[in-house]
Design a protein around this ligand. Structure first.
Ligand code: SAM
Ligand code: SF4
Length: 450
């Protein structure tokens, strides 16, 4: 009979890995409160949208999703709908005014208050908002400890917020000042993940290279990596995102020195034009970026380098764009994410007058994407015939008879055989390189499929 009373929750996550991590923690908090996970929003008693406002498009997606959930609320008035994350932080009470069916709004640092908010909602039925940003240093210290659902890999937040104020970016306004999590908490969390069988951790922050230089952290980023390397059971360490201006020679050296540090770095370039980089307030020139790339490749010749790039930033002339194209050709990224600039609230760039038209931005975006497609294909080719270690993450998305996993360089590999459970480390030979993935076959000494 009690089963009838069990409540279910559904979380929809938008945006970056940080939000994925936050959603996981919220899920554990709700499970601790007796909720179960719903397979679909239609089954849920509580829907939580963890939102992203970094670009206009993801922010719009949040509003469309809210529109879809309105119908569910009409059919089930007891359904609770909450909005968290960056859009919640940005819009606050405004969301309650605009969407009469939203029950609560929870800012980026207020996740631990979810329990109290649900209680207050139950008690008073009064809609709630909590969007304090600066008071709470480490919300994760107040969220239930993490017990991963995937054996393969897990995210671990090492810092909050950002102090860089790139002129296009909303993050400092919605995630607050940069604060490092105490290293003992991070290491404790990673030890507990390792004891659950997790093999790979990705350390998360908006600018992990400055870990420890801001309030909260007592050791530097490379020291933190060394401490993670010493945790038994963790076979692979990744991190994201690195800011090029703070990438030290010591960190480049760590790629050659730390055996568990995977040979991949995500190093957002944004633009190849010094003039635009200055206007973006990025704090490096294209030459300085290139020197860092060379230092990384000197220390770790096989390292794969990915990036974020933006086109159509205000004032981006044809020669600025040509400089970006040149940098793409010079660096030979393994892959990149590319975006058209969009105005974001509170940022300085939204006030820049010389906006680039949608048509021009679209053309530039397509041009760099076409160029990179060719480069990625060529870069992937270098893996053909080589032996690699792959961490199995589950079934292949394209063929249920195949498994999928990632190399240390973060290339996706599909290969025959089913490996259960996920989290197996297997040796494969790469037989073919495709545009976005590799195909592999098991080596005799690799683990055998189940
Ligand atoms: N902290 C990271 C960094 O320094 O690069 C990434 C932050 S942001 C969450 C992820 C990416 O979104 C950025 O690297 C940038 O390329 C893109 N982005 C941020 N603001 C944008 C805007 N206003 N318009 C278009 N793209 C944007
Ligand atoms: Fe945004 Fe720049 Fe901070 Fe990255 S470093 S989060 S782009 S302000």
């Amino acid at each position: 009979m009690a089963i009838m009373n069990i409540k279910k929750f559904f979380i929809q996550t938008f945006g970056c890995q940080m939000n994925v991590y936050d959603s996981e923690r919220v899920g554990y908090l709700l499970e601790g409160e007796g909720y179960e996970r719903a397979e679909a929003p239609e089954e849920a008693d509580l829907i939580f949208l963890n939102t992203c406002s970094v670009r206009e498009k993801p922010a719009q997606k949040v509003y469309s999703a809210l529109g879809r959930f309105q119908g569910l609320k009409e059919r089930n008035p007891r359904l609770l709908i909450g909005v968290g994350g960056c859009v919640a932080q940005q819009e606050g009470e405004g969301l309650l005014e605009r969407f009469s069916y939203v029950d609560f709004v929870l800012g980026t640092k207020e996740l631990p208050r979810l329990k109290g908010i649900l209680k207050d909602l139950e008690g008073s039925g009064k809609r709630q908002t909590a969007i304090g940003l600066e008071g709470r240093v480490d919300p994760y210290a107040l969220l239930p400890s993490y017990s991963p659902r995937s054996k393969a890999c897990s995210f671990v937040s090492i810092m909050q917020g950002c102090d860089n104020y790139c002129t296009y970016c909303v993050v400092p306004f919605v995630r607050g000042r940069e604060v490092s999590r105490p290293s003992r908490d991070i290491l404790e969390e990673i030890r507990s993940l390792a004891s659950c069988g997790v093999k790979e951790v990705t350390l998360l922050g908006q600018n992990v290279n400055s870990y420890g230089q801001k309030p909260g952290g007592e050791i530097g980023f490379v020291q933190l990596l060394e401490a993670v390397e010493a945790i038994s059971g963790i076979e692979r360490i990744r991190f994201t995102t690195s800011h090029p201006k703070d990438l030290s020679g010591d960190l480049a050296g760590a790629f050659g020195r730390l055996s568990r540090l995977c040979e991949h770095i995500h190093l957002p370039l944004q633009s190849g034009s010094d003039r635009i980089l200055r206007r973006m307030n990025r704090g490096y020139t294209r030459e300085e970026y290139w020197e860092k790339v060379q230092a990384l490749r000197r220390n770790c010749p096989d390292i794969s380098i990915t990036a974020d790039l933006m086109v159509g930033f205000p004032g981006e002339a044809e020669e600025d764009f040509a400089a970006t194209v040149k940098m793409i050709e010079r660096v030979q990224f393994d892959e990149f994410f590319s975006f058209k600039y969009s105005d974001r609230p509170q940022t300085r760039a939204r006030l820049f007058a010389d906006k680039v038209s949608e048509d021009v931005s679209q053309r530039r975006l397509e041009e760099i994407q076409t160029l990179q497609k060719k480069i990625t294909r060529q870069r992937n080719k270098r893996w053909e015939g080589r032996e690699v270690e792959v961490l199995v993450e589950g079934r292949s998305k394209t063929n249920a008879e195949e498994s999928a996993g990632r190399t240390r360089t973060r290339h996706l590999v599909n290969f025959s055989g089913k490996y259960d459970p996920d989290g197996a480390l297997v040796k494969l030979k790469i037989t073919k390189a495709l545009a976005h993935s590799l195909i592999g076959e098991a080596l005799p000494r690799g683990e055998t499929p189940s």
